[in-house]
Write a protein that binds this ligand. Structure first.
Ligand SMILES: [Zn+2]
Ligand SMILES: [Zn+2]
Length: 373
């Protein structure tokens, strides 16, 4: 951030008194504080600028240096001084707005913790994919302790602020370095950064503010889902702590290959064995579809691997619309052994068609033919 004249930033004269400077800063800080301008990222920059200006003009030594040199070189600016985030302005903010302001401010907010998201896995059959299905699943998660309203304090009141860090969870120290004075922040050791010290923990949850439950969650699974789809159940994750929001539950769907069907998106592929006679002459047959028996025609003159497409017997698309197809791939099953009569008919068949009459080998009763010759 290019440094602007701090007097200009705060809109005060060069001869402004400490009170005038404080009052000008206070107005700007209220106007641009990130917590009241969450939708306006430019406000944070203005807030930082005002805070930097105030850091200079509220410090007699820095103000004098600025007045003399028109700069505060040697006075570390953002990010050294302010840590690059609004948290660094915390104690200025506290000074003006008091503890109540601080509770709504960025620093105190860090004491609340949003709950974790959870994952559940659910199996869905092809038949369920066809129509959609409602499933009840059991989820083990935490919920806010009802005895202490999630605060962890016996009786349900607010947890008392940690005196060591005034509820901020961090302890600030000013160190002199070759860059000038650098403010460092460390996690408060007394409250481990929570900002609270619970002296009278809730007996029901031992001060944790949450307890474990098994929740039955009803999941509405739409038609057309496939493996990898997930359904987000807002607020069914782990409980937030000290006013944090609960996490979400993500239900991951698994649609295993079901029976003889292989899925290709909305289409299903399956195989069907036909005899040589069926392949040659054609036939009417039935097959088990996902909803039950389906009749279909094997065309005369079917070739091995030929596909018969049963329109609209596949799966529906996830956003609604026409079902895909069931594709039946034909396998022509050639007999591995035939009797002498069958062999004779095959030879006649070949002869009728003007084909070369096969001599026959193993499996074609070649031995017997051999003996007969
Ligand atoms: Zn409790
Ligand atoms: Zn503390």
């Amino acid at each position: 951030m290019a440094q602007r004249d701090p007097y200009e930033v705060l809109g005060v004269s060069r001869s402004a008194s400490a009170d005038e400077i404080k009052s000008a800063y206070r107005k700007l800080a209220r106007k641009f504080h990130p917590d009241v301008n969450r939708d306006d990222p430019a406000a944070e920059d203005k807030f930082k600028e005002a805070s930097n200006a105030y850091e200079i003009l509220s410090d007699d030594e820095k103000r004098a240096r600025f007045d003399q040199y028109g700069t505060t070189d040697g006075v570390p600016q953002d990010p050294f001084f302010n840590g690059g985030n609004a948290g660094g302005f915390g104690d200025l903010f506290d000074m003006f707005f008091g503890a109540a302001g601080a509770q709504q401010g960025g620093r105190r907010r860090s004491a609340s913790q949003d709950g974790d998201d959870l994952r559940a896995d659910v199996q869905v059959s092809f038949k369920e994919v066809l129509t959609g299905v409602t499933k009840e699943i059991e989820v083990e998660r935490t919920t806010n302790c009802d005895s202490c309203n999630g605060n962890g304090v016996e009786g349900g009141g607010q947890a008392p602020q940690c005196g060591n860090c005034q509820g901020s969870g961090v302890v600030t120290a000013i160190k002199s370095t070759f860059l000038g004075q650098v403010r460092t922040q460390t996690v408060c050791s007394r409250c481990s950064g929570s900002g609270f010290l619970i002296t009278n923990p809730c007996k029901k949850c031992a001060g944790k503010g949450v307890r474990a439950i098994t929740e039955t969650v009803t999941v509405n699974i739409p038609a057309g889902v496939e493996t990898g789809n997930r359904i987000q159940m807002a607020g069914h994750g782990a409980a937030g702590i000290r006013g944090g929001r609960p996490g979400d539950l993500y239900v991951f769907l698994h649609v295993p290959e079901d029976g003889p069907f292989v899925r290709h998106g909305q289409h299903l592929l399956t195989g069907y064995d036909v005899t040589v006679a069926q392949a040659i002459l054609g036939d009417e047959v039935t097959i088990d579809g996902i909803e039950g028996e389906l009749g279909f025609d094997i065309p005369a003159g079917s070739q091995p691997g030929q596909q018969v497409i049963l329109k609209g017997q596949g799966l529906p698309p996830i956003h609604g619309g026409k079902r895909g197809d069931l594709v039946v791939e034909l396998t022509v099953v050639i007999p591995k052994k035939v009797t002498e009569t069958e062999a004779s008919l095959m030879r006649d068949f070949a002869e009728l068609r003007g084909e070369k009459i096969p001599k026959g080998k193993d499996g074609f009763l070649g031995g017997i033919f051999g003996k007969k010759k």
